[in-house]
Write a new protein. Structure first.
Length: 317
């Protein structure tokens, strides 16, 4: 009798399970699974999520009571120690400000991520915008590598436009720049052109966002190599002229340990600078926005940051 009861119980459980499965399937066969992530982290809505990289630097615990803290004309500044994962100096790091040619940090990243398969970038007349230029001529054809050096060392606005138009088309390239920023979790950055020139709309960022952006950019070996180069020669070919490029702004040859990144200036943005330093076993990223003397203020910040770590700064000019 017990065996019959046990058999009937198991049969009832199995039948109930089958009925539940059929009911669940019928009620869910037309439903799609939805991602819990916001749209900016969904590949369907943001093509740049293939390079999703979350990193949220800690800005807490900043107590700048030292009487030797540098006094800056800069509207915003931030120095972050990547080695110890901590802020060494902070001033208005969340304030939205114009970024001028610091824009080109993101321009370089998007261009690298969307490199042409044939590595041929044609210069069109519309690409020849003014102010800081590499000196390109319409009809020339260069490589991604050559244009990245012109983009960074001479801050070439023409190089930025050539990269944008040849990579994805200008409008799609700018969209990709903003999507890349969103994929990094950046909420306070907006790009309206690939060069950083004012006049195309409300283009802004923060020192905090630039820290995240720069750390990500340095993870690309090609970017890290270009920004650390003080000068670069491009031989003439049948498709383009000779180019001699020099980087004279970002302390590369005057402050030992500096590995570059990017400078910028417009009347609206003031003097801007992002600098990467490797010295004394520490890796630092410094950002200055809206300065009147970016070179000296960055040197002061780097000196101060090393001293707070118990490191004697290197002799520099």
């Amino acid at each position: 009798m017990k065996k019959i009861f046990l058999y009937l119980t198991l049969l009832l459980i199995s039948f109930t399970g089958i009925i539940w499965i059929l009911f669940y399937k019928q009620n869910n066969e037309n439903k799609n699974l939805e991602s819990p992530l916001p749209d900016q982290f969904s590949k369907k809505e943001n093509s740049e999520v293939s390079s999703l990289d979350f990193w949220f630097p800690n800005l807490f615990g900043i107590f700048e009571t030292d009487k030797n803290v540098p006094e800056l004309s800069a509207k915003s500044a931030l120095v972050y120690d990547l080695t110890d994962e901590k802020v060494v100096f902070e001033k208005n790091s969340k304030e939205k400000l114009p970024m001028a040619s610091l824009t080109k940090i993101m321009t370089a990243v998007v261009a690298i991520e969307h490199k042409r398969s044939d590595d041929r970038y044609t210069v069109y007349p519309d690409n020849l915008v003014g102010e800081n230029v590499m000196g390109l001529t319409a009809g020339e054809v260069l490589t991604l590598d050559d244009l990245l050096y012109g983009l960074v060392l001479l801050s070439g606005n023409d190089a930025a436009e050539v990269l944008a138009q040849n990579s994805l088309g200008r409008d799609e390239f700018i969209k990709a720049m903003n999507n890349k920023a969103r994929s990094l979790g950046l909420k306070d950055t907006n790009f309206t052109n690939p060069s950083g020139l004012e006049g195309d709309g409300n283009q802004y960022t923060t020192a905090y966002d630039l820290l995240v952006m720069t750390r990500n950019a340095l993870s690309y070996p090609q970017f890290a190599k270009v920004v650390a180069t003080p000068e670069y020669h491009i031989d003439a070919t049948s498709e383009h002229s000779v180019y001699d490029l020099y980087n004279e702004t970002n302390l590369l040859t005057s402050y030992p340990g500096v590995k570059g990144v990017k400078d910028g200036y417009t009347p609206e943005a003031g003097l801007c600078l992002v600098t990467y330093l490797e010295y004394g076993g520490h890796k630092l990223i410094g950002i200055i926005l809206g300065s009147e003397n970016r070179r000296q203020e960055m040197k002061d910040l780097l000196d101060y940051s090393l001293k707070t770590q118990g490191i004697t700064p290197p002799p520099h000019s």
